[in-house]
Design a protein around this ligand. Structure first.
Ligand code: FES
Length: 713
């Protein structure tokens, strides 16, 4: 009854299906999203408006939102206030509601018959591109992980300890194992391999699949109950008795720096594990600090703190694992299926080819579903019991699953009389939680680019990752940049005030421009001062503010992940349809649709003829990850290369004389794939044409991050 995603219409009235007893609906009409379309195959005008206004991104909230909106419209609501009130019980985590409200208002206010008539002033923001994936989202059809459950599966639930840190004395599962429907209760002791609990990670294999002797954050699983249903598994998990002793928590910077190490030695190899709670430390220095300090007349110094945060996605974390052949198949709404395959293969000591990851559509992620979390323990349970096992978390458990790092950033900045930045000194401590996850990359990159958008004569930046007894953190949106941008831009605002300068003017005097050198990375690749000026204009910077209103402008910079690879396969079928095989996952960002449009443009076919295959490590070629805003550039280039390969094969195989219209022999991108060309190809014995393409971002082993930033954002 919390999120509204299950809203249906009962006798025309929106209700939450999850809290309605089915028996009470006897004799009522129940309309779900499947019932909204007015006749076979046609979309309802609200569904069309949702497409036109891009009101469904990941699509997880869309069925409930559409049902609720239908109820609002059927009640005769027209004004924005009434629409907002009508949708107040429906959460969306992707759109910020703006597009949804615009879509509903478009239909309500304009009395729009079609959903994208464009006749009223409130026009749709795109002509809808008949995207297969988008249509699925507004018709409730994507196969999310929770749609993949079947009656043959077993279900897992975890036993958790409710304190920040605990030494486990004993676990008594007698009552749970006696519960009807329980198949097995497994503790860490049952899953040891050569005396050690299997551990996983994306950078360091330090996270145990179940805690054995000590829990290092509140809620860390100590046992798994496997049962015939999720309900039974959860009920039985509550019967497991854990005898434990509370240990001193480590939940802030001071405690992290003064407490004995959370982890013992021997975990994590050659880093600082076992010596302190400093997981890693990165230093960045340039310029003559003494000279820069001597030239400074205004010095701003402060500390900026940000708490842990969880970016909640409407689709709760879940996964399914089953043994297959000599290995395991894992289905999961994971952003990076190939990275997950590698982590699972390492942990399970299996060849990568014996681990198959099928990435299901993602109902929102924001970074939380990037790296291995639930999958390792689920895969281990499936292999241990030789059964197909589903683990689906609750909303409460989702908050234990991944966090954004908390940060504590001290910054001192010196300006001269003209507002020119002379130096920055930065000590940025990031609290990363109990296990490493991807934090060495997050924290080191945050340090590298802590002061990047501006010229500076001298810098001294120290970034540290500190262990705390809290849920482990991961790469949420912004990858560490959000924390340092907050600190740096606050410094600039205070500096502007002290100098008596307009904050925009101060930024214009310092911001880098195309070609300017960037410490430790590729030069600036945009006209950033122009962007600052344009943005200031766009928000009416020089016009008076309305009473009671504030206004702010900040510059944020993040570099795209370096040195990664994408590969794509394009299959041109005999019927002129095209299959695109890519490892890029779709979480509402629209990359699949954009890649389809690339293929359509390059092969001169209609976009509706291009189908994107589901990301599956057994059937699509390798892609490093779907993150860092890299997919359009990296995978886009791989797709282009694959399309060119298809065109080259056609060009080289089909004798020019047989072609009507005499297409050029040179640039394959000029080649027009049309019926005659294909008939000639097929008459010559040609079958499906398969093109492969690869894009590799530059690798430079001397570069701190393994290669220069492919681009800046
Ligand atoms: Fe609403 Fe993703 S589109 S939650």
């Amino acid at each position: 009854g919390e999120c509204g995603a299950c809203t249906v219409l009962v006798d025309g009235r929106p209700i939450n299906a999850c809290i309605a007893l089915a028996a009470t609906l006897d004799g009522s009409s129940v309309v779900t999203v499947e019932g909204l379309a007015t006749h076979e195959g046609a979309l309802d005008r609200l569904q069309v408006a949702f497409l036109a206004f891009v009101a469904a991104q990941c699509g997880y909230c869309a069925p409930g939102m559409l049902a609720a909106a239908t109820g609002v419209l059927d009640a005769g609501s027209q004004g924005r206030d009434e629409i907002e009130r009508g949708l107040a019980g429906n959460y969306c985590r992707c759109t910020g509601y703006k597009h949804i409200l615009e879509a509903v208002e478009h239909v309500a206010v304009g009395n729009c018959e079609t959903g994208d008539c464009g006749d009223c002033g409130n026009r749709g923001r795109t002509k809808h591109i008949a995207s297969e994936a988008s249509v699925l989202r507004v018709t409730g059809q994507p196969g999310y992980i929770a749609d993949s459950l079947d009656s043959e599966m077993l279900h897992g639930a975890f036993v958790r300890v409710a304190c920040s840190r605990a030494a486990i004395k004993s676990i008594d599962a007698t009552a749970a194992e006696a519960h009807a429907g329980v198949v097995k209760v497994l503790t860490g002791a049952d899953l040891l391999r050569e005396g050690s609990i299997p551990r996983f990670g994306s950078q360091v294999d330090d996270e145990p699949i179940l805690a054995v002797t000590e829990t290092k954050y509140e809620g860390e699983p100590v046992a798994a109950v496997v049962a015939e249903s999720e309900h039974i598994a959860r009920a039985a998990a509550a019967l497991v008795r854990v005898d434990y002793e509370e240990l001193p928590p480590i939940i802030d910077r001071a405690a992290a720096l003064s407490s004995p190490p959370l982890h013992g030695p021997g975990i994590g190899g050659g880093n600082l594990y076992g010596e302190s709670n400093v997981m890693g430390e990165w230093l960045f220095e340039s310029g003559d600090m003494e000279e820069a300090k001597a030239a400074s007349t205004v010095i701003v110094e402060d500390v900026y703190r940000a708490p842990f945060a969880h970016h909640f996605a409407m689709e709760l974390p879940g996964c399914i694992a089953r043994p297959e052949g000599a290995g395991v198949v894992v289905e999961s709404p994971v952003q990076h299926p190939f990275a997950l395959r590698r982590a699972l293969a390492t942990m399970l000591e299996l060849p990568e080819s014996d681990v198959r990851v099928k990435a299901t559509p993602i109902g929102g992620s924001f970074g939380s579903k990037g790296y291995p979390k639930l999958e390792p323990v689920t895969a281990a349970l499936a292999l241990e019991l030789g059964a197909s096992i589903s683990v689906q978390l609750t909303a409460e458990e989702a908050f234990l699953y991944a966090q954004r790092e908390a940060s504590d950033i001290w910054m001192r900045t010196g300006f001269d009389d003209d507002g020119v930045i002379q130096f920055h000194e930065v000590e940025a401590d990031f609290l990363i939680g109990a296990y490493t996850d991807i934090s060495p990359r997050v924290v080191s990159k945050a340090g590298l680019h802590a002061v990047t958008p501006y010229r500076t004569k001298a810098r001294k930046v120290r970034a540290r990752a500190l262990f705390t007894s809290t849920p482990s953190t991961t790469a949420f949106r912004g990858f560490g940049a959000t924390h340092t941008v907050f600190a740096l831009e606050s410094q600039l605002d205070v500096g502007a005030e002290r100098l008596g300068l307009d904050p925009v003017e101060l930024r214009l005097r310092n911001v880098l421009d195309r070609g300017d050198e960037i410490y430790g990375d590729r030069p600036a690749d945009g006209n950033w001062s122009e962007l600052v000026a344009t943005t200031a204009d766009a928000i009416g910077w020089s016009t008076p503010k309305k009473a009671g209103h504030g206004r702010g402008l900040a510059v944020g910079l993040k570099s795209c992940v370096p040195a990664t690879k994408s590969s794509a396969r394009v299959v041109l079928h005999r019927d002129l349809r095209v299959s695109l095989h890519v490892g890029t996952t779709e979480m509402g960002q629209g990359t699949h649709d954009t890649l389809r449009s690339f293929v359509a443009g390059l092969l001169h076919v209609d976009v509706t003829q291009v189908m994107v295959a589901d990301p599956d490590t057994d059937t699509v070629p390798f892609d490093a990850l779907t993150a860092s805003s890299r997919s359009l550039v990296h995978m886009g280039n791989a797709v282009e290369a694959a399309c060119h390969s298809v065109l080259e094969q056609l060009r080289d195989a089909v004798p020019q004389s047989t072609l009507p219209g005499e297409p050029p022999r040179g640039d394959p991108s000029e080649l027009d794939i049309h019926d005659d060309l294909l008939s000639t190809w097929h008459a010559l014995g040609g079958e499906e044409i398969v093109g492969e393409g690869i894009f590799q971002a530059p690798v430079d082993e001397s570069h701190f991050l393994g290669g220069p930033a492919p681009f800046y954002e």
